[in-house]
Design a protein. Sequence first.
Length: 101
Amino acid sequence: MTRKLAISQASNVVAVKDQVSSDLEGESVILHLKSGTYYGLNDVGASIWNLIQEPKKVSELREAILEEYEVEPEQCEREILELLQQLAAKELIEVKNEAVV
C-alpha cells in the first residue's frame, strides 16, 4: 500500500523532470519517462499541470483555478488536493512541505 503524502495549502508542488507532456485541445497527455506510462488530464487538470511546470504553492493553484473556473472554494480546494495526491502517487510531481516555525 502506498503511503499518502501530506499535501496542504502551504505545500509547494512542481512537475518532475522525468516526464514529457503535450497539450491536446485543452487537455494534457503526460508520459512518465521512468515507467513508460501515459496519463491524461481534463481541461482543469491541464490548467493545474501547466501551472506546476514551475514550483507553486497549493494556495496559488487554488486562487488561479477560482479565477479561471466557476467553482465553490471548498470544492476547488478538495479537488486540487485530490488531483495532487494522484499525481504524487504516480510520481509525476514533487511535493515540498514547509517546516512549521
